[in-house]
Design a protein around this ligand. Structure first.
Ligand SMILES: [Zn+2]
Length: 355
């Protein structure tokens, strides 16, 4: 069953791309209980699960960074101009709370907007533009946010959005992408602890996925995998204009097996091996495609090529302040990952290379 306390801690951790210290500490603490942990030169956490064999080497990657922002400049009146870190849709930003971390501490703010009463007809029709937005951390005339709060260019900013339990076994929070994947990896490591598995399993918390899969590239160099999996969010295409029954990509429909994304076509034998395992073990799953990429996008082209597959956990409203996920889907995905590590032996690994 989903460890809600762990999920609260993971999603509420402060960690936009390049500033993954807090989620990394959680990964090190938890994965350290199940094996040996190291970090690479970019900061990715690489752990080797105890109790396996020499090979095949399996890399399971979940990224620790979240989409956020960075201070670009401070205006003379103390407003913060900011850059997006990762892909943001400007429509979801206005009026949202954020937390700015400076060398003097954490300071709450809001992405300010003009009140509708003050907008001209022309302005009302315009789409919001991030370059014209600003963050108000609270200052009146004569108060210097650079001196009093220590705000300076390069300071990281994240959404404010506490973890909340919802009806129907759902959970709402920021940063499910990809702290949910981090949780799945941690819980699979717990399930496998002390049990034999016919491979060398490396569980990786990668950095800087949201800005171009950068951490997975260097972590792959550390692991040198024979087989790779990415554990990350997949998308729910649910909205009021589409009947739920027509959509496989909906909350409650189990683990998502990615048959295509913008960065990779998976190894078909690995895909079928995972589908067969789900069916044999009665684990709910569905097949899906996503426009976007996963860590496997760079791992599968590492060195001479690595058979790879992305496994997703369905999420509503990613890359926004608040996403919604299902605890049942989470549990199904933990079970599926655990079954893969328990069954992916040398013979299976070899079979992935007969094309
Ligand atoms: Zn992601």
């Amino acid at each position: 069953m989903a460890d809600r306390k762990l999920l609260r801690e993971l999603t509420e951790a402060f960690g936009p791309s390049g500033f993954e210290g807090e989620p990394a500490n959680i990964m090190i603490r938890e994965l350290g209980k199940a094996g040996e942990v190291t970090r690479d030169g970019l900061g990715s956490v690489v752990s080797r699960l105890a109790g396996g064999s020499d090979g095949p080497r399996i890399m399971v990657s979940s990224h620790m960074d979240e989409v956020g922002f960075m201070v670009r400049s401070v205006t003379g009146d103390g407003y913060i101009k900011f850059l997006p870190i990762g892909g943001w849709w400007p429509q979801v930003l206005l009026g949202q709370r954020v937390l700015v971390r400076t060398r003097q501490g954490d300071f709450p703010g809001v992405i300010g907007s003009k009140p509708p009463h003050e907008l001209t007809e022309e302005e009302r029709k315009q789409l919001p533009d991030i370059d014209r937005m600003f963050i108000d951390v609270g200052c009146c005339e004569g108060f210097s946010v650079t001196e009093k709060l220590g705000v300076r260019p390069g300071d990281p900013i994240v959404p404010v959005s506490p973890y909340v339990e919802m009806a129907d076994n759902l959970m709402m929070a920021k940063a499910w992408d990809d702290r949910g994947g981090c949780g799945i990896v941690i819980e699979a490591a717990r399930a496998l602890a002390g049990r034999p598995h016919p491979n060398a399993a490396f569980f990786v918390g990668s950095v800087q996925e949201e800005v171009g899969l950068r951490g997975a590239r260097t972590a792959a160099e550390v692991v040198r995998p024979d087989v790779a999996l990415a554990l990350d969010v997949s998308l729910c295409y649910e909205h009021p204009d589409r009947a739920r029954k027509d959509l496989p990509e909906r909350l409650g429909n189990g683990a998502a097996i990615l048959v295509h994304d913008s960065t990779m076509i998976p190894n078909t034998r690995l895909r079928d091996f995972v589908i067969d395992l789900a069916e044999k073990n009665g684990i709910r799953y569905h097949l899906t495609t996503v426009r976007g990429g996963y860590d496997t996008g760079v791992i599968h082209t590492h060195r001479s090529g690595v058979p790879s597959l992305a496994i997703g956990w369905p999420t509503r409203y990613i890359h926004a302040h608040t996403g919604i996920v299902s605890a049942a889907d989470y549990d199904a995905t933990v079970k599926l990952l655990t079954a893969v590590i328990e069954n992916l032996d040398e013979a299976v690994s070899k079979s992935l290379r007969s094309f």
